[in-house]
Design a protein around this ligand. Structure first.
Ligand SMILES: *[C@@H]1O[C@H](CO)[C@@H](O)[C@H](O)[C@H]1NC(C)=O
Ligand SMILES: *[C@@H]1O[C@H](CO)[C@@H](O)[C@H](O)[C@H]1NC(C)=O
Ligand SMILES: *[C@@H]1O[C@H](CO)[C@@H](O)[C@H](O)[C@H]1NC(C)=O
Ligand SMILES: *[C@@H]1O[C@H](CO)[C@@H](O)[C@H](O)[C@H]1NC(C)=O
Ligand SMILES: *[C@@H]1O[C@H](CO)[C@@H](O)[C@H](O)[C@H]1NC(C)=O
Length: 349
């Protein structure tokens, strides 16, 4: 009896040591990879500001057999990152870089200056409120690549959503401290498609916990512009591109960011736009499904996008057949019409 108890205790001890060894070594490995992605010194032309910018960049492999890897740039929240949500930002095109637009021109804390030779601190960066993750996506955009050239002929909505999903899983393996954080996805232009498609894939895989790890997806935010595909690269201004192209083609910038490139870094890759296979035509059913699933969804159209996108957004959100919690109303900011509000909405299924 006594010896049986001893044996059982010994087995439990061995098992817990084994468990600790495997999970601890995995943890240490991810810590080491994470630290080697840390951007240690100031980037070329970066002002030393009062705000400490904690950021990381590098590659996440999304397919080992084919050698596909996506390049990311991650900024921790400026204060209390352990308490802030994680936000993934995707630019559209298809074929445009989230590093070149989202991070370096729009919402990141370090924006490329107009000479293309340095950075300015952005006081309105979204990393005041969130841990901010930018990824160059799909393969062929920016520093992201594949070692199997035939992959680039496969680019369509399903293929890129799967790569984005694997990216999220593998990024969270490298940054396990963010696994429990609320996770949101956001983007603009063709990301009006990418974002709900990725959200749907995460939602589907989350409902199969035996085979897939849980991603703590809470919702998404999209800038909606129905015309985006008809305009060159969704309305991105090519004038802005030239100075980010100067900056990200500097050899010392690339080495500081742990980026590898064989050719020129381009903010948008035209050949992706020309060869991309649009396979999902209507995203309305995805919205219906994800609203029902309880995700928080925020759709916005800017007033400088012109009347059509704003009215268009209003028509198609009305087409979802939701019950309005509050009627549409104008939202003023400092005596100017800022927005039209239709939130929150409640589904009536
Ligand atoms: C920034 O980081 C440095 C070095 O870790 C530290 O000495 C300094 O106090 C930090 N500044 C702020 C504003 O957090
Ligand atoms: C792609 O090939 C290069 C050169 O062989 C190799 O160093 C790199 O690790 C490969 N990338 C991936 C994601 O396997
Ligand atoms: C940046 O924003 C903070 C408030 O968030 C403000 O106190 C500060 O003056 C701003 N700095 C600049 C340079 O605008
Ligand atoms: C652009 O994408 C194509 C695939 O469509 C790829 O072959 C090419 O290398 C990419 N160009 C650049 C500059 O990255
Ligand atoms: C686009 O994708 C669809 C569905 O996967 C396929 O049937 C079609 O052949 C593809 N077209 C091109 C030009 O690759």
């Amino acid at each position: 009896m006594a010896s049986k108890t001893k044996v059982a205790a010994w087995i439990i001890l061995q098992l817990s040591v084994l468990f600790c060894l495997s999970s601890c070594s995995c943890y240490i490995e991810s810590q080491q990879q994470q630290e080697s992605d840390r951007v240690i010194n100031l980037l070329p032309g970066q002002p030393s500001s009062d705000t400490n910018i904690s950021h990381f960049s590098g590659y996440i492999t999304v397919n080992e057999d084919h050698g596909r890897a996506l390049f990311y740039w991650f900024f921790e929240a400026q204060a209390q990152p352990s308490k802030k949500p994680l936000l993934l930002w995707l630019n559209g095109g298809p074929g445009c870089s989230s590093v070149g637009y989202g991070a370096a021109i729009e919402l990141g804390p370090l924006r490329v200056n107009q000479n293309g030779d340095g950075l300015d601190f952005n006081n309105f960066s979204w990393n005041k409120e969130a841990n901010l993750l930018f990824v160059e996506f799909p393969i062929g955009v920016g520093f992201s690549y594949t070692n199997t050239s035939s992959d680039v002929t496969q680019l369509n909505d399903e293929f890129v959503a799967k790569d984005a999903y694997i990216f999220v899983l593998n990024w969270l393996k490298r940054f396990p401290q963010y696994k429990s954080h609320d996770f949101y996805i956001s983007g603009e232009s063709y990301s009006g498609h990418y974002v709900p498609q990725l959200a749907e894939l995460i939602y589907t895989r989350n409902s199969d916990p035996q085979n897939y790890p849980l991603v703590n997806l809470k919702g998404f935010i999209v800038h909606h512009n129905r015309l985006s595909r008809m305009r060159i690269f969704g309305g991105y201004d090519p004038c802005f591109s030239t100075y980010t192209e100067e900056y990200f083609n500097m050899a010392d910038v690339q080495s500081a960011l742990h980026a590898k490139t064989t050719g020129k870094w381009k903010v948008c890759n035209d050949s992706i736009l020309n060869t991309y296979n649009f396979t999902v035509f209507s995203i309305l059913p995805i919205y219906t499904k994800l609203i029902k699933a309880g995700l928080k969804i925020w759709i916005y159209s800017g007033d400088t996008d012109g009347r059509v996108p704003v009215i268009g957004s209003r028509y198609w959100t009305e087409a979802l057949g939701l019950t309005l919690k509050y009627p549409w109303r104008t939202w003023y900011h400092e005596n100017q019409v800022c927005c039209f509000l239709m939130c929150p909405v409640v589904p009536h299924f």
